[in-house]
Write a protein that binds this ligand. Structure first.
Ligand SMILES: *Cc1c(COP(=O)(O)O)cnc(C)c1O
Length: 215
């Protein structure tokens, strides 16, 4: 478990960017990790975690939430419409909202459940055919539509193409967020979270650098 080292690197990145450490949430991505690794990070007092799949999260997090007050749980992976209710009940933020249809369903169920997770709009900044997310050209209209639904749109999220310099994608996402008046930027993973902080990330999603490689 290298949480203290990663936290130190995050704080150093904030300092070099002239930002306060409190501006950036470190989401510890616990998907597929052995439970004892996650428990060690919880025991260290860390509370923001990320998961990729609703079903996997449902199997582990209710008990951990009962045992540790203040857990802040983020859904990072694709959300199918039949899992929206479970997601709204379990998660505090959903980073993978990639269309108005999904957004409308979240808004509807949030209303019924009396619990609205924060929403990040996922943008396919590299326009990769196999990747989830809205095309950059569709973002402004989608954000307008979601705001009209009374959804708490917190910001934008991206996963840059593996074979490109992430900085270009971070800069593009930051620009799109700014022109939509959005302050949240979910970007940066184990390999590039410090760069993401330099480009304004408010949420970095770090898995293997904290927990070790996923088995
Ligand atoms: C798995 C995952 C991460 C964390 O990846 P690492 O390389 O282990 O830091 C971040 N974001 C998303 C969307 C993921 O699926």
């Amino acid at each position: 478990m290298t949480l203290p080292a990663i936290t130190a690197r995050l704080h150093a990145a904030c300092e070099s960017a002239g930002r306060a450490p409190g501006e950036v949430t470190l989401i510890a991505v616990s998907k597929m990790q052995p439970p004892e690794r996650v428990e060690a990070v919880l025991a260290a007092g860390h509370r923001a975690f990320g998961e990729n799949r609703v079903q996997e999260a449902q199997g582990k997090w209710p008990a951990w939430k009962d045992a540790h007050a203040g857990v802040d749980l983020h859904l990072l992976g694709p959300l199918q419409s039949n899992k929206v209710r479970a997601a709204v009940r379990l998660f505090d933020a959903i980073h993978s909202v990639d269309g108005l249809k999904l957004a409308a369903r979240i808004a509807d169920i949030a209303q019924q459940e009396g619990r609205a997770p924060k929403v990040f709009v996922q943008v396919n900044t590299g326009e990769e055919p196999q990747k989830a997310g809205l095309a950059p050209g569709a973002v402004d209209e989608a954000v307008r539509g979601m705001r009209a639904m009374d959804l708490p749109v917190a910001g934008l999220m991206c996963i840059p193409p593996a074979d490109e310099a992430p900085a270009l994608h971070f800069a593009l996402l930051a620009k799109m967020a700014a022109r939509n008046g959005l302050t949240g930027l979910s970007m940066g993973m184990s390999a590039d979270f410090e760069q993401a902080v330099a480009f304004g990330a408010t949420h970095v999603r770090v898995g293997s650098a904290i927990f070790g490689a996923r088995p």
